[in-house]
Design a protein around this ligand. Structure first.
Ligand code: KIV
Length: 272
């Protein structure tokens, strides 16, 4: 298939809209540190998400709930320093925006001021609409996130596909429309049936980026460490692994240990 790709010096929220209108699919990956962000930015990724999945991937927590606003700011600052082309979206962590829209705005302002990120992402629909409106009115672009929203994992009780039932699917369609109307510039749909995701993407004017949401949406996002095969116990059907770095890194480290123990490293050329 021919790849339809316009050159952008810097991807903006406006570029994403252009991509949706022209049919160019949007590529998005997570990053949490300078080194990997530099690599994926130079490869031409459109959006880097400083995801609260850092809670799992970087800190080893079981869920995304424990990560703090200060920890998100630390990760986002490192990613922004590395990025020249991609749009940088920063996840607002659990507890920093639900329930109180003034607190939500001050959390969003902290992210924008201290990290240099370009926009924020929040999970949920009608329940958090006041927070989104207040943040957006302050001039901060907001990305929505519906479907399997990991910050609500204890409400769902399972990481299985969401919105398979009619009532939940109807609420999702309504929430997507509401997010579009209050000014969100894009929407992530996570782990929902592909037909439903396609319907949402066709019925709203903002780009819909899927993770486990099929091929009828406007773009795709994956967690970088999953697609590089650095994590190896997480195997959902939607995940394509492009490398097996868990095996490769382990092999390299074993070789290093063996070289140190057997005094093959360093050799004469590797010293002063
Ligand atoms: O935090 C994250 O990595 C995310 C993606 C799964 C979309 O929200």
């Amino acid at each position: 298939m021919q790849i339809n790709k316009k050159e952008y010096k810097r991807v903006t929220t406006h570029s994403l809209l252009e991509m949706k209108l022209s049919g160019e699919k949007i590529s998005m990956l997570t990053a949490y540190d300078f080194t990997l962000a530099k690599i994926i930015d130079s490869a031409g990724i459109d959006i880097i998400l400083v995801g609260d999945s850092a809670s799992n991937v970087m800190a080893g927590h079981e869920t995304t709930l424990p990560i703090t606003l200060d920890e998100m700011v630390y990760h986002a600052k490192s990613v922004v320093r590395a990025t020249e082309r991609a749009l940088v979206v920063v996840d607002m962590p659990f507890g920093s925006y639900q329930g109180n829209s003034k607190k939500a705005l001050s959390s969003a302002i902290k992210i924008m001021k201290e990290t240099g990120g370009h926009c924020i992402k929040v999970e949920g629909g009608s329940e958090i609409i006041e927070s989104i409106q207040r943040i957006f009115k302050a001039g901060i672009p907001v990305m929505g996130h519906l479907g399997l929203t990991p910050q609500s994992i204890y409400k769902f009780g399972t990481y299985t596909v969401r919105a398979k039932e009619k009532a939940e699917a109807e609420k999702l369609v309504k929430d997507a429309k509401m997010l579009e109307q209050v000014g969100c510039f894009a929407l992530v749909l996570e782990k929902v049936p592909s037909k439903l995701a396609e319907k949402v993407a066709k019925n709203i004017s903002i780009p819909v980026i899927g993770i486990g949401a099929g091929d009828g949406v406007d773009g795709q996002v994956l967690v970088l460490h999953d697609m590089l095969g650095m994590t190896h116990k997480f195997n959902p059907r939607f995940l394509r692994r492009y490398l097996d770095l868990y095996t490769d890194i382990k092999k390299a480290v074993k070789n290093y240990i063996s070289d140190v123990k057997s005094q093959k490293f360093p050799n004469k050329d590797e010293q002063y």
